[in-house]
Design a protein around this ligand. Structure first.
Ligand SMILES: *Cc1c(COP(=O)(O)O)cnc(C)c1O
Length: 426
């Protein structure tokens, strides 16, 4: 191990505390976490001089690749002006332009109002608080409940995590009770009159081992919400910005929600910035007396560097035809993974939605691997040796590289995963 790597790992193990991490294992002497020092396109470079394909887009954020000259230039240009100014009491050019551009991605007159925050969880918190307050200010104060789906993931702040349904993240009961459903059929059993909003990850649940919803489900949900005076909140934190093959997942079913939450890919995966979009109709319930205002915000709301990156990312979508160029890569991903499944009896299921894939590993007889074997983790550790970095969700390996990956790089990533599966479990 190089001296620098040893020093950084020593400091990290002495002082850092990582998310979702068993720290005792992380800090053990034999543990050698990868120290990522720089990136170039879809490649991540580490402090030992090795490089890897970024197989999960740096936890589902990166869109056009790392160190992209145009994203860098846009951020640098803003850096030469100002890095941060307050959005409380003032505005700035890039936030105004970004809000206009985000609204323009949806049909005119639908989602016209943009509230900025910092990350996916805060985008969700905004939608929840706005929904409750909008219901109250429209004469429905009894609408205080939220409906979410089993195994959902909406972030880790107290409000967002209250709606999450992933059992292993719910070991301690915190937050407020939510009504959890499995499918739209369960709506029949709900007392809709008490419900403020339904929240869902449209098209596919990410953290729930990449599980797509049945087609048409989103449309059904929209109709039920409209018929019952309930807001529909779409959490497009993961699906937004091209992941599903369209700019937004809701476009696959022509659904316009009452609230749309965006984060991860908003800045191309460069800086933390989030947005909660809503309708003029909901916005209008906040007009009037002082107490009707939305008393909510964060210090870094609408950070200008983040806005610069987001505007540059949207420009790249247009100029590089990102979505058009993605379509053959989506087909390549399905074809190559299907072919790989036919050769590996341990690949139980390939779940895929656009450029997001979950490869579920099981024993050849269809039984799950014992949880304590941590097979998914072992396969990902092996994949790193073959030049692919990604993370599993239990025994489902996530493959969702940046949209800007080349067909050759995509082939490399899939082959690396195949090799890792072979050498780990045959
Ligand atoms: C990642 C994620 C979030 C939380 O976003 P953070 O930026 O990590 O707070 C919320 N919802 C979904 C669907 C996500 O994938």
């Amino acid at each position: 191990m190089r001296d620098d790597t040893a020093r950084w790992l020593h400091f990290d193990k002495t002082h850092c505390w990582h998310p979702f991490t068993r720290q005792a294992e992380w800090c053990a002497p034999e543990s050698e976490p990868v120290v990522i020092t720089h990136g170039e396109g879809v490649w991540l470079h580490d402090s030992e001089g090795r490089r890897y394909i970024d197989g999960n887009s740096s936890i589902w954020t990166n869109i056009h690749g790392h160190n992209h000259p145009e994203l860098n230039a846009a951020i640098s240009a803003q850096l030469g002006k100002i890095s941060h100014s307050s959005f409380l009491g003032f505005t700035h050019p890039l936030a105004a332009e970004l809000a206009e551009k985000l609204a323009a991605l949806f049909p005119a007159g639908s989602l016209e109002r943009v509230f900025f925050s910092d990350d996916g969880s805060t985008a969700i918190e905004c939608a929840l608080k706005m929904s409750l307050q909008a219901q109250r200010q429209s004469g429905a104060p009894e609408r205080t409940h939220f409906i979410a789906f089993h195994d959902a993931y909406h972030g880790d702040t107290l409000g967002a995590s209250s709606l999450g349904g992933v059992a292993r993240f719910q070991t301690r009961a915190h937050g407020f009770p939510a009504i959890h459903l499995s499918a739209t059929e369960d709506l029949a059993s709900v007392d809709a009159g008490n419900v403020a909003a339904v929240i869902i990850e449209p098209l596919i649940q990410g953290v729930n081992e990449m599980r797509p919803w049945p087609p048409g489900m989103l449309r059904t949900l929209r109709e039920w919400c409209s018929a019952n005076g309930v807001h529909l909140i779409l959490d497009e934190v993961m699906t937004g910005f091209g992941r599903t093959g369209r700019m937004f997942a809701c476009q696959h079913e022509d659904v316009i929600p009452d609230f749309l939450c965006l984060a991860k890919g908003l800045t191309g995966g460069y800086l933390p910035l989030a947005a909660t979009l809503t309708t003029e109709q909901i916005y209008s319930t906040f007009l009037g007396e002082a107490e009707k205002a939305f008393y909510y915000g964060h210090s870094y709301t609408a950070n200008p560097l983040g806005c610069a990156a987001a505007l540059a990312s949207l420009e790249l979508f247009a100029r590089e035809n990102t979505l058009e160029n993605l379509q053959p890569k989506i087909r390549q991903l399905i074809e190559r993974l299907t072919e790989m499944k036919s050769r590996h009896p341990v690949i139980h299921d390939i779940r895929q939605c656009g450029f997001v894939a979950g490869i579920e590993l099981r024993q050849p007889d269809g039984g799950r691997f014992p949880r304590e074997a941590r097979t998914g983790e072992a396969v990902c550790r092996e994949a790193a040796k073959h030049g692919l970095l990604t993370r599993p969700i239990l025994d489902t390996i996530v493959l969702m590289p940046p949209l800007g990956i080349t067909p050759e790089e995509l082939d490399f990533a899939i082959s690396a995963l195949g090799a890792a599966i072979s050498s780990t479990i045959g």
